[in-house]
Design a protein around this ligand. Structure first.
Ligand code: DGL
Length: 268
């Protein structure tokens, strides 16, 4: 039997990761869990994030998984060891793939990271980058307002531009040449971030952890560690949420595009 790919996130933002995976692996079957009743995770304590992550994993472990993708940067920075101990399939977080991509793309070794407070305060991206490139200079900044702004659909607005200018100031002052978008929501702001860096006359590579984790999944599949569904088949995504499916569907459209399949509400 060929299993399903489990993906979970604190809520809606993980759809940026699921969308990337589904477009790269269109024949695969995905089960997505968004813990919308408890989001945001990024401002909670590490203990709370770990306990939520364990509940999400226990839910997805009921499915015939062949791999588990932790789309949430906050959970990936805090709870991967707890999760890996609960399932017998490969567990992919977004931190290591994002860090590896930033290290590959950076010429100067000056790398920026933005994310939610838990992710940044954990130092997980910085440690992962320095493991690969010890002399790298990493400058990080928390950017929590970007999460509600993405969910409200304020991409391209002057408000977002002002918020970005403020959050990115220390990172751009450090003259980074690549910037890790260390939160599920930030790929929606790629054009806004590029506009701010351009305005400062800087050429900054934006590292999207959604495509980095898709690259990592591809590597594991090519290495024969995860079985691939034969090309040409029709893939699917089944979504579970812990709060209203209706609001997930309307906000989720900004992250996924039109129409995903069934959305069911569950209690973890
Ligand atoms: N999914 C979270 C992350 O990538 C952002 C939203 C939250 O804080 O729950 O860090």
């Amino acid at each position: 039997m060929n299993g399903v790919i489990g993906v979970f996130d604190s809520g809606i933002g993980g759809l940026t990761v699921a969308r990337e995976l589904a477009s790269r692996f269109p024949a695969e079957e995905f089960v997505y869990l968004g813990d919308t009743a408890r989001l945001p995770y990024g401002s909670k304590s590490p203990e709370t994030v770990r306990s939520y992550a364990v509940r999400c994993t226990a839910f997805l472990a009921r499915f015939p998984l062949k791999t588990l993708v932790v789309a949430c940067n906050t959970v990936s920075s805090m709870a991967l060891p707890n999760i890996a101990g609960m399932v017998s399939v490969p567990v992919l977080g977004v931190i290591e793939p994002g860090a590896a991509t930033a290290v590959r793309r950076s010429v100067s070794g000056r790398i920026g990271v933005i994310g939610q407070p838990v992710t940044i305060n954990s130092g997980a991206y910085e440690q992962a980058i320095k493991r690969l490139r010890p002399e790298a200079v990493v400058t990080s900044a928390v950017s929590p307002l970007l999460v509600p702004l993405a969910e409200e659909g304020w991409m391209g607005s002057p408000v977002v531009r002002l918020v970005l200018e403020r959050y990115l100031a220390p990172v751009l002052a450090a003259d980074v040449d690549s910037l890790v978008l260390g939160c599920t929501h930030y790929p929606l702001f790629k054009a806004d971030i590029a506009a701010v860096t351009r305005q400062r006359g800087l050429a900054v590579e934006l590292v999207d952890s959604a495509s980095a984790v898709a690259d990592e999944l591809e590597r594991l599949i090519n290495a024969g560690l995860i079985k691939r569904r034969p090309d040409g088949g029709q893939g699917s995504i089944r979504c579970f949420v812990t709060d209203s499916p209706a609001s997930f569907a309307s906000v989720g459209a900004r992250f996924w595009g039109a129409g995903f399949g069934a959305i069911e509400q569950v209690d973890l």
